[in-house]
Structure formats: C-alpha cells, structure tokens
Write a new protein. Structure first.
Ligand code: ZN
Length: 115
C-alpha cells in the first residue's frame, strides 16, 4: 500500500499477513480478504489483543519457571546462576506488567514504561 510518501508502511492482512492493497476506502490482500477501513481497524485491534494474550501466557510460564529455578538456585546453586535467574524473573515481570497495561489500555500505566 502506498500513500505517495516514502515513509509509508506496509499494512498486512490481519487474517493471512499478506500485504494489503488499498482501493479508495477498501483494502484487499492477494488471497482475497477484503475490509473497509473501519473493519480493518477492528480486525487489527482484535489481532493485536489475541497476540498480546499469547505473549501474556508465555511470560507467565517464563516467570513461573524462573521462580522455580531461583528457589532451587538459592538452595544449592552458584551465585552467578541465581543472579541470572533472578534477572530473568525481574525482566519477565516487568514485561508482563507492560503487556497487561497495554491489554487494559491504561494510558497512565503505559506511560510509566515509555522511554
Ligand atoms: Zn488476507
């Protein structure tokens, strides 16, 4: 899709990820999926929410595993392993908080993570 600007970005189909071509206010991919602009916005939002929920599930598993490994490392692991696992645990918790803030669409919470 072009807008006559070199900075325009490609918009992909939310159903098959192929590039969308615009024709007026309609969008269509090579596979034949078609959307009006409002439909496309709604589908993109739904896709983003679904992907973020998958990320949340993955991060929750990473945090649970990291917590288990940190407990084991506190018992009999080398300090370097404990530091590494605790860092992974902190990173996972921070990323999870960011993603949850995005899912909840809480601008104040999200602002805390902006650089
Ligand atoms: Zn498509």
């Amino acid at each position: 899709m072009t807008h006559g600007s070199p900075s325009s970005r490609t918009v992909n189909c939310p159903l098959c990820r192929r590039e969308l071509r615009s024709a007026g206010q309609a969008y269509r991919c090579a596979k034949g999926h078609g959307f009006s602009a409002p439909e496309l916005l709604a589908e993109q939002s739904t896709l983003a929410s679904r992907l973020l929920r998958g990320v949340v599930g993955s991060l929750e598993s990473t945090i649970a595993l990291s917590a288990d490994l940190a407990s084991a490392a506190q018992e009999d692991g080398p300090p370097s392993l404990l530091r590494s696992v605790e860092r992974e645990l902190d990173d996972g918790k921070r990323t999870l908080a960011f993603v949850r803030a995005r899912l909840l669409d809480d601008p104040d919470e999200l602002d805390a993570y902006r650089i």
